[in-house]
Design a protein. Sequence first.
Length: 139
Amino acid sequence: MLLARALVVLAAVAGALLVWVVADPLLKADLDVRFGDSGTVDHVAARAVALTTLVLALVGWGVLELLERRYGTPRGDDVWVATAVVAMLLSLLGPIIGGITISATVGLLAIHIMAGGILIALLPSPPFGRSRGIPAEGG
């Protein structure tokens, strides 16, 4: 289960980076953001996408593990999915508020949706981990 969830985290990072590659260098979307009226314009680089996705995916994994220990696997997974969906929807406000252009906003939204979608769909029940509701071996 540990390896399966680690692979899901890496898949989320890879998915976010893939969207970044398509949006920024290939389609020339210029993923620039500015927060506040007088804030400086910052370009969202691949390193920022990878590190942010990795850190937040690991935080999500940690929260999922805590919820599974507290409530058990099926209930903890359900609570985590609901929490993760709300967190992803709230994260969409960043690109909507901060995107400089429509293409930047759409590209950044796609990055958020790709990473969040992979994590929400696969982290609670990874494709190669134990099936949902079936106890782990030995327990």
